[in-house]
Design a protein around this ligand. Sequence first.
Ligand code: SF4
Length: 218
Amino acid sequence: MKAPLSLAAVFDRLLAAYGAQSWWPADSAFEVMIGAVLTQNTAWVNVEKALGRLRETVAFEADAIVALAPDVLAAAIRPAGYFNVKARRLQAFCAWLQAQGGIEGLAGRPTAALRTDMLAVHGVGPETADDMLLYALERPVFVVDAYTRRAFSRLGRISGDESYEEIRALFEEELPARTDLFKEYHALIVTHGKEVCRPRPRCEACCLRHDCQHGMGG
Ligand code: SF4
């Protein structure tokens, strides 16, 4: 059996196959952060609708969102699903952000300590925190998601049973710590997972099929 591809080699193949994805689709770092909460357990198309309605309802600022009546906030973000839960999470996150002095107040804080603080905020799990750190705050933190776990276990790079932190460490240790690379890589994995390495994979159309344990029938 062939040795599994390096993470750098997988990146090169995905980039050649799909082209640059240039994520995250947002106008500001704050919008990235709000989107990272709203995108939990829902498709991005629903997040876009929720962001549009939220923008029509309230000024796009942490203090305005904190001050909004919870039921009004929940109604605004309804398209994102789990809207009562997400309204509570958004207000908790925005209150935390206010207490830090806003996004400017996060600048210069060491990434590991900042990540630990973010994970203590109600409703902020590892993927949400890492979305924010990478795409809003330009920190070299790799975002792991279900697409990552599925594709890289099929490729033979992981067993699939590893913890979030173990998979994140694998990517961060094997790749150069560059935010542009981490952003593009995560976006490419999402595209790959949606278009080709689906629950029922389209291996015949995959740029990795000759080096994939699953694709080769392994
Ligand atoms: S060959 Fe198949 S299983 Fe392997 S990465 Fe490609 S689509 Fe996924």
